[in-house]
Design a binder for this molecule. Structure first.
Ligand SMILES: NC(=O)c1ccc[n+]([C@@H]2O[C@H](COP(=O)([O-])OP(=O)(O)OC[C@H]3O[C@@H](n4cnc5c(N)ncnc54)[C@H](O)[C@@H]3O)[C@@H](O)[C@H]2O)c1
Length: 278
């Protein structure tokens, strides 16, 4: 896809952070938008910020963990916009907890949003993207879809799953010459609301960590502005890249896990202790 002008993009989690900046950047480039989020206030703010660019903007409250809601939103997007070219499966949440201490409810909560939300968005929008003959699926994984961290088992599992799912999907789409492609996105720390909205479990105390301090430490690591992240993602779509890393932190740590495929864990444990002390 060489241009977003007169295309139609659907974005989940469009009420904040990366999703909101993707919406603004796409609107500036003449792309029509179908926006969704569970947070109606954030969603209304994004609609407000995109409507002056002369593109058609529709919005709907959608919980990506609910397959029926995603299906209905895809059908309505096609009805309202006539066609759909892009789906950004962006909505996500974070959880800090030990494997032993995290509840099954917490695990299901994060997997339902971060993994199943991506699966529903991909499968429900794919038929429309194929009809457009110029489609692209953008699934947001994470640096933590490439390396694991203590306290991040659930988030790691969800984001590694998004990577595996998306890389397999892209190959299938290429094999069948479908006119649709897929990109897996691995952001490092992006300055959004993700840390403040994260759930931090009391189980962190068993590792000598303070749950409220963990949110602050996590937040301090988020450096890249979300508008820069959106630009990197859109450039990657235009270049049809299978994978895109965002931020020097992501690039350095990806390099580290290639050189030390398991040895990086020693450094990771050390960094976890250090950030807790900052
Ligand atoms: N910020 C980072 O450092 C970072 C790093 C790597 C990956 N990511 C990923 O980027 C994506 C966007 O996150 P962000 O950083 O912009 O965070 P954010 O918290 O600013 O935005 C996430 C949005 O997702 C929405 N959301 C949460 N649960 C939802 C649900 N069930 N259904 C629909 N919407 C829901 C929230 O309301 C929010 O508007 C996420 O998938 C996140 O895991 C972020």
């Amino acid at each position: 896809m060489k241009s977003f002008k007169q295309k139609v993009a659907a974005i989940t989690g469009a009420g904040s952070g990366i999703g909101q900046q993707l919406a603004i950047a796409l609107a500036k480039q003449g792309c029509h938008l179908s926006l969704s989020d569970v947070n109606e206030k954030g969603l209304a703010d994004t609609v407000e910020q995109t409507k002056s660019y002369g593109v058609r903007v529709t919005s709907k409250k959608v919980d990506v963990a609910d397959r029926e809601q995603v299906k209905t939103w895809a059908v309505e997007t096609a009805q309202n916009h006539g066609s759909i070219n892009l789906i950004f499966n962006n909505a996500g949440v974070a959880l800090g907890a030990t494997v032993e201490g995290e509840t099954y409810d917490e695990l299901e909560w994060i997997m339902n949003i971060n993994f199943w939300g991506v699966v529903y968005g991909t499968k429900e929008f794919l038929p429309y993207l194929k009809q457009s003959k110029d489609g692209h699926i953008i699934n947001i994984s994470s640096l933590f879809g490439l390396i694991s961290q203590p306290t991040q088992s659930a988030y790691n599992a969800s984001k590694f799953a998004v990577r595996g799912f998306t890389e397999s999907l892209r190959q299938e789409l290429d094999l069948e010459n479908s006119g649709v492609s897929a990109t897996c996105v691995h952001p490092g720390g992006i300055r959004t609301n993700i840390a403040k909205a994260a759930k931090m479990s009391d189980s962190l105390k068993s590792l000598g960590m303070d749950p409220s301090k963990s949110i602050q430490s996590f937040d301090k690591l988020l450096r890249t502005p979300p508008e820069d992240a959106a630009q990197v993602i859109l450039n990657a779509v235009k270049a049809n890249k299978p994978r895109v890393l965002i931020g020097n932190d992501a690039k350095v740590l990806d390099g580290l896990q290639r050189i030390l495929p398991t040895g990086y864990q020693t450094l990771s444990r050390f960094a976890a202790k250090l950030t807790q002390k900052l």
